[in-house]
Design a protein around this ligand. Sequence first.
Ligand code: HDD
Length: 754
Amino acid sequence: GDHPVKAAVEKLKDTVTGGQGPEEGVPGKPGSESPTVAEPTEPRVPLPPKADQTGPKPVSPTGTPSRDDRAASAQQGEWLTTAQGDRLYDTDHSLKAGPRGPVLLQDHHLREKITHFDHERIPERVVHARGAAAHGVFRGYGNAAGVTKAAFLGEGMETEVFVRFSTVLGSRGSADTVRDTRGFATKFYTTEGTFDLVGNNIPVFFIQDAIKFPDIIHAGKPHPDREIPQAQSAHDTFWDFVTLHSEATHHTLWNMSDRGIPRSYRMMEGFGVHTFRLENAAGETTLVKFHWKPRLGVHSLVWEEAQIAGGVDPDFHRRDLADAIEAGAYPEWELGIQTFPDTPEQTFEGIDLLDPTKIVPEELAPVQPVGLLTLNRNPSNYFAETEQVAFHVGHLVPGIDVTDDPLLQGRLFSYLDTQISRLGGPNFAQLPINRPHAPVNDMLRDGMHQTAVHRGVAPYRPNSLDGGCPFTAGAETGADIDVPVALPASRKVREAPATFDDHFSQARMFWLSMSAPEREHIVNAYSFELGKCYEQAVKERGLQSLANIDPDLCSQVAAALGLPAPAPTEPLRDALPSPALSQVGRAWPLDGRIIGIVTDGTDDLAGVRAVRQSVLDGGMVPLIIAPAGGKLDANGEPLTVQRTFATARSIEFDALLVVGSPAPGADALPARDAKAKTATGPDPRVRLLLDEAFRHGKAIGGWAGAERVLEAAGVPADAPGVVLGSGGAAVLDEMRELLSQHRVWERFTTGPVG
Ligand code: HDD
């Protein structure tokens, strides 16, 4: 009998080469007479490369197109070889002195294979280690020309981009849905050089000066003695720091809000955080804050969903992003700018624009869209692209410059420095994902992992031996000429300006801008996180910080902790709410929303088919959930089951449609409880699905007798967001409205959920 892998390979060969196998004389195993050895790794004609296997544009580090695309493609030829191109006949057995004998030191293939494997990992990012990324395109609207000469913002200009999303605290293998800030880093491969916008999904930061970054990160990372907890802020050292260092109050409040647990990377806002300086063609400057506005709106998980996802699908966000792109549901964001006059004070309406713990409310300075980002291609290799991409706030282009924000100034040092240990030397810009798409002609030479073969003898200036090349550019030839910003006369000090001292008024503004359910989530988040601290003093300081934000917030958390609510130590400042900060109360497109359709295949299968089609037609994703895998026979065209009662969990779905009252799957309970199965009605896992979906504020629809399973799940048929109807079409129509709101918010104000 043929080896099964060999049979599969033969079949592949037929499809790839039209039946032509490898050329004659392929070596078999030594000692074996026949060249047709039943080994899985027997040489075969390989599949043609996938469309994207050639990697990013083959541009050499010196900017010239490479001789051919060999520089960019990792695999050539059809045979397995060593790293030196020596063809291999066997990669499954070490070279031994006889079949049972000791392994021979001379086995170069063995040593090369194991040595390379031993060094496959590189140091993970010291922060933002866990991430997911995608390629895309940015199209400028052209309306920013009055404030910046940056070419990529020009009308209709298309620029390739690579975006990496991340969590901050967790290790590379940690769960996606933890409570944390999310990174939102964008690399624009512009014609004028690479521009990196290295932002977060939260518009403010924990600290006002980069010199505090090691402090906040040491506090947030796992405790140094036991290295726990992983990817969490609910522990003593984090709260110890943020309650002592009160400038962290505002960012911490955002983290404790729904913003700390996004529904999807596709549904996050992004912020450049700092104020940057733009310069137009006439040399006039404007201060600016960058925003990313997701087309799908800003949505979050509820806390319990995030917890469940951490167990049942730790890759929740990574999968969501890749699946959406693969399905053609390309995520989109508009790049927006808030602009402010570049005055010597660098303040706007009393807000210090150099203080990264402050926002400028959109109501005071509207966000003006200047271009559209579309993510349309998944990386083909995680390591080569997502892991090795190197961002840097100092990667700027003409027309965009930094300000003196002391947090930004320190970042300008850190990002270059960190790549040297993470990517093993100073030549990381030569990695395919980091190569500029603009011509590069620098005088940087040699170093670890140098892959360029530089020409000439004079990598210095001035020179005559290389004809004076390369030349410096001027303003007319696109040089990025430094903006001659005036410096205030001053003294050298280790101090912050007095305007940086207000740590609570904007936190209060954020709290006052929240809707009732969002406030409830915030109270629950603080109650959980402070409740997980062991040190009484830390909990008490946590309450003190809340008292300075809002007495009501403080007393609710104090009640949950069983501690007295302290009085504020600072006068509460008047703050007007900024409605733009709330995620509740607006309607958003339904694209890509995931609708679970629960059926046991016995009730109204024609209706299931029809509603599935309507979901698809609405740009949403229908997933059929049934007792077992395979097909449901709907009289003719069978329907594919995508989730079973065993593999489906509520967190995956934005809404559920229940058809009839699904009977238990055969694997519902151990066989000895078979009697109980029929006695207890619908499958217990369907009851759990509904129970969770209900508690998480999700729309639930049903027909054909679904009220029976709703009742069994304890879901009141007349509760908000529960739609019972006579057929799928009518039910789905009512659900659309609910889905556009993301959640049935009314459900949260009645009990301690989320
Ligand atoms: Fe940072 C990574 C965002 C402050 C030092 N940072 C990193 C990433 C993002 C941010 C999104 C991941 C980039 C990627 O996907 O590869 N960081 C921010 C924002 C900040 C901020 C929005 C404040 C407004 N960061 C900050 C400070 C320092 C750093 C103050 C140091 C003084 N950040 C780093 C770093 C990292 C990094 C150590 C780790 C890996 C890397 O850079 O490439 O340099």
